[in-house]
Design a protein around this ligand. Structure first.
Ligand SMILES: Nc1ncnc2c1ncn2[C@@H]1O[C@H](COP(=O)(O)OP(=O)(O)O)[C@@H](O)[C@H]1O
Ligand SMILES: [Mg+2]
Length: 287
């Protein structure tokens, strides 16, 4: 059995002369939390929009659960739920009313709809919030409402574009828990982020995208090991310098030979180091 739920082959998307997605090949496995990490303008949203049929593309193929998103658009759409960065719920309606609209869009029968609303409301702890107007909710609750609405037709894959941008740290952690609980239900989650710690904390595998190109793809720890699992951080001529080693012993030997008055830090390599190594740029661009 092929366990790739999303298969992207040689995807190209241009806006005029600008190549927003540049020959992207990517497979996402069923049941994983996949993180698409990259700085602003890297091509994350465009990729999600191409996969979720919100935007057409110039070259390549995309399939979801075996359905080609162009040839078999309705079947592909039925397999996925999408939460865009700017939430597309009707803010004047309550969460329940938004869920009912979603049910109509997906042509779900009333009895099935009501039992889905009850089940999801229970699962995500909506309680009294279910009948609150979306506009009156905090940013974290708005996101939660959007997720619940996108889950109404029980999609196999959920896309979350920058789900925690603009949320405070508590709301962000709560959202991480929700994403983990989606995975426990068997949903495959594809999320985009420019937060390195989010990708590290949450994702089974991470793809790093920069200027429309996939520059790395693996389990976070494996990506870090590929650079060198231990990092020595020190000041050299007033500049923080990083050196990566395959083990702590090599790192310690190197550190003991360093002639510097500054503190030397020996630590595990992070995805931030991987990004800097691969792009030659500061991780600050990731925010
Ligand atoms: N509708 C559009 N028209 C023209 N250029 C666009 C449009 N949407 C995105 N772009 C450009 O494509 C590139 C990728 O953008 P985007 O996918 O939004 O990046 P990200 O989500 O990683 O921040 C950027 O250079 C952006 O300016
Ligand atoms: Mg974006």
């Amino acid at each position: 059995m092929n366990d790739d739920v999303i298969v992207i082959h040689d995807l190209v998307k241009r806006f005029g002369d600008k190549v927003a997605v540049d020959h992207l090949d990517l497979n996402v496995c069923r049941g994983e939390i996949f993180g698409f990490l990259g700085p602003n303008g890297a091509g994350k949203t465009t990729t999600v929009r191409c996969i979720s049929t919100l935007t057409d593309f110039d070259e390549g193929t995309i399939s979801i659960s075996g359905h080609d998103v162009r040839r078999d658009q309705i079947a592909a759409k039925n397999c996925m739920g999408v939460i865009q960065q700017q939430i597309s719920l009707d803010k004047d309606l309550t969460i329940r009313e938004n869920m009912i609209s979603q049910a109509m869009y997906h042509m779900i029968r009333r009895d099935e709809r009501n039992s889905r609303i009850a089940e999801l409301s229970d699962y995500f702890g909506l309680g009294e919030y279910l009948d609150k107007q979306v506009d009156s909710l905090s940013g974290g609750w708005k996101k939660r409402a959007a997720i619940v609405c996108a889950m109404l037709h029980d999609p196999e894959v959920l896309f979350l574009d920058e789900p925690t941008t603009g949320l405070d740290i508590n709301a962000r952690r709560l959202l991480w828990d929700i994403v983990r609980s989606l995975q426990k239900r068997g949903t495959t989650v594809f999320l985009t982020t420019h937060y390195i710690e989010e990708a590290e904390a949450l994702c089974d595998r991470v793809g790093i995208i920069d200027h429309g190109k996939l520059i790395a793809l693996d389990v976070p720890r494996v990506l870090c090991d590929s650079v060198g699992s231990i990092t020595v951080e020190y000041l050299e001529d007033g500049k923080t310098t990083y050196r990566h080693f395959k083990n702590r012993q090599d790192a310690q030997e190197f550190a003991s030979r360093l002639e510097t008055d500054s503190d030397i830090r020996i630590r595990r390599t992070s995805l931030e180091d991987v990004f800097v190594e691969l792009t030659g740029r500061s991780a600050e661009v990731l925010g």
